[in-house]
Design a protein around this ligand. Structure first.
Ligand code: ATP
Ligand code: MG
Ligand code: MG
Ligand code: MG
Length: 436
C-alpha cells in the first residue's frame, strides 16, 4: 500500500478526552474514530489489526474443534423471555421496537439463540458433543463506556457455546477452550493469566477469566508470582481428556483469582509470593450446566431412548478489547510496538527523498520486490520530511522500518530498523532476504 493513496488520518496532538494510552494511540494512529459514546468507526489501519486478531482467535477455535457460524445481531425478545433473561438482564441490554411494535434487542451475548439453533439441528446423543462459535458485534449499554475499545458499547466478541451429554464431556469441552485461550493470547504476545472467576447463582468453580496485567485495567486481581513466567502449551494434546485435565490442574495449583473469588487460605499459602495488581479481562470461560437447556426445554434422545438435557458452557473473547490490551502492554513514548502476529503491516518502506531519482528508483524497486514476495508493505512515498515519516512509522508501530536515503543508495545500502530495537545498514538484496 502506498501511503500517498492510503487513508491514514494521524493526529499530532493527543486528544484530551482519551485517558488511557491505548485509546490515545489508536486515535492518534488513525485506527478508530468515536462516532457516539462507546461506539467506534474502524479506519483502515485499525480494521487490519482487528482482522488479524480475529483470525488468530478463529484459528485456535477451529483447532479446538469449534465450528464457526454467524448469528444475527438483532434478536427477538421472545427467546429471551423463555430463559427469563429479558427481565433479568437490565439496562445493559439495548431494547428496540420495530414498526409492528414487536420487542427486539441488540444481542449483548447469545446463549438463547445458540441453544435454540442447536436444538433445531441436534436430535440424538450422537449429535453431541458440539461447540459452535461466532465472531460478531455485540452491544451492551455500559453505564460508563470508557478507555476506547477497552470498554465500548458496541464491541467485537468471539462467543462459543458447547453442548455435551454428561459432566465429564462438558468438563473436557471447557478444558479445550481453556487451553485454546492460552494459545490464542500467547500468539498475540500477551501474558493472560486464567483466574478463578465468579460463577454467580450457578455456583461451582468452573469459570475462569483470562486477565492481562495492566495498571489501567478495571479488575483487581491476586495471583502467585509463578504466573509471571510464560507457560508452554505446545506439547498438550487437547484430545486426551485426562492429560489435558492434569495439565490444567497443574496450572491452577498456582493461585490466581479476581477480587470476587479471593481465597484467604490460598493467599496465606502463597505468602510473600502473592502479587496484587490491576488487570484487563480479555476472555472468560464458563460452565453453566443445564441452565438454558432446561429453561428452554431442550432435550436430545439418549442411547437408551430416554431424553437427555445437554450441559452447556459459554466462552467469550473480547476481540476488539484485545487490541487495546495489546497496546497497553506494548508501546513507548513514540507510539505502538505491535507484536508481529497482529501488526497491520510487516514493514514500512520509507523513501527519505522522493525528489531524488536514484532513491525513488530504489524504493519503487524494493516495494515491487517485497510486495511480489507477499510481504505486507506500507510504502511511505509521500513528499514529506524524513522526520515526519519516522514519527508516523513509530506511531503506527509497524515492526520493521526499511529506510532508503541518498547516501546509502550511493553505496548500495539501506537501513533496516526494528521498531523499539536496533538498526543496521544492510545491502539491498540482503534486506529483501531478511524480510521475506
Ligand atoms: P467486564 O467485566 O469487563 O464488563 P464481562 O465479564 O461483562 O466484561 P463477558 O460477558 O465475560 O464480559 O464477555 C466476554 C468478553 O467480552 C469479556 O471477557 C471481554 O473481553 C469482552 N467485553 C465485555 N464487555 C466489553 C465491552 N464493554 N467492551 C469491550 N469488550 C468487552
Ligand atoms: Mg460487563
Ligand atoms: Mg467481567
Ligand atoms: Mg466476563
Amino acid at each position: 500500500m502506498r501511503l500517498s493513496r492510503y487513508f491514514l488520518p494521524v493526529l499530532k496532538e493527543t486528544p484530551g478526552d482519551a485517558q488511557v494510552v491505548s485509546h490515545q494511540l489508536m486515535l492518534r494512529a488513525g485506527m478508530i474514530r468515536q462516532t457516539a459514546a462507546g461506539i467506534y468507526a474502524w479506519l483502515p489501519l485499525g480494521l487490519r489489526v482487528l482482522q488479524k486478531i480475529a483470525q488468530i482467535v478463529r484459528e485456535e477455535q477451529d483447532r479446538a474443534g469449534a465450528i464457526e457460524v454467524m448469528m444475527p445481531t438483532i434478536q427477538s425478545a421472545e427467546l429471551w423471555k423463555q430463559s427469563g433473561r429479558y427481565e433479568a438482564y437490565g439496562p445493559e441490554m439495548l431494547r428496540i421496537t420495530d414498526r409492528h411494535d414487536r420487542e427486539m434487542l441488540f444481542s449483548p451475548t447469545a446463549e438463547e439463540l445458540f441453544t435454540t439453533i442447536f436444538h433445531n439441528g441436534a436430535k440424538s446423543y450422537r449429535d453431541l458433543p458440539r461447540n459452535l462459535y461466532q465472531i460478531q458485534w455485540k452491544f451492551r449499554d455500559e453505564v460508563r463506556p470508557r478507555f476506547g475499545v477497552l470498554r465500548g458499547r458496541e464491541f467485537l466478541m468471539k462467543d462459543a457455546y458447547s453442548f455435551d451429554v454428561d459432566f465429564a464431556g462438558a468438563r473436557h469441552s471447557y478444558n479445550r477452550m481453556f487451553i485454546a485461550y492460552m494459545r490464542t493470547f500467547a500468539r498475540m504476545g500477551l501474558e493472560a493469566i486464567p483466574m478463578q472467576a465468579d460463577t454467580g447463582p450457578i455456583g461451582g468453580d468452573l469459570s475462569h477469566e483470562f486477565i492481562v496485567l495492566a495498571p489501567t485495567g478495571e479488575s483487581d486481581v491476586f495471583y502467585h508470582e509463578n504466573w509471571l513466567q510464560p507457560r508452554d502449551t505446545a506439547a498438550v494434546d487437547a484430545d486426551d481428556a485426562a492429560g489435558l485435565e492434569a495439565f490444567i490442574d497443574g496450572l491452577n495449583a498456582d493461585y490466581a483469582a479476581t477480587d470476587e473469588k479471593r481465597d484467604p487460605a490460598a493467599e496465606a499459602a502463597a505468602g510473600d509470593k502473592l502479587q496484587q495488581s490491576k488487570g484487563i479481562e480479555v476472555g472468560q470461560v464458563f460452565y453453566f450446566g443445564d441452565k438454558y437447556t432446561k429453561a428452554m426445554g431442550v432435550t436430545v434422545q439418549g442411547a437408551d431412548g430416554t431424553p437427555i438435557t445437554p450441559l452447556m458452557g459459554s466462552y467469550g473473547i473480547g476481540v476488539s478489547r484485545l487490541m487495546g490490551a495489546i497496546i497497553e502492554a506494548r508501546h513507548d513514548k513514540d507510539g505502538i510496538i505491535w507484536p508481529d502476529a497482529v501488526a497491520p503491516y510487516k514493514v514500512v518502506l520509507i523513501n527519505l527523498r522522493v525528489d531524488d531519482a536514484a532513491c525513488l528508483a530504489a524504493a519503487d524497486d524494493l516495494y515491487a520486490r517485497l510486495t511480489a514476495a507477499g510481504v505486507e508493505v506500507l510504502y511511505d512515498d509521500r513528499d514529506e520530511r524524513g522526520g515526519a515519516k519516522f514519527a508516523t512509522a513509530d506511531l503506527i508501530g509497524v515492526p520493521w522500518q526499511l529506510v532508503v536515503g541518498p547516501k546509502g543508495i550511493a553505496n548500495g545500502v539501506v537501513e533496516l530498523k526494528r521498531r523499539g530495537g536496533d538498526k543496521i545498514e544492510i545491502g539491498i538484496d540482503a534486506a529483501v532476504e531478511r524480510l521475506t
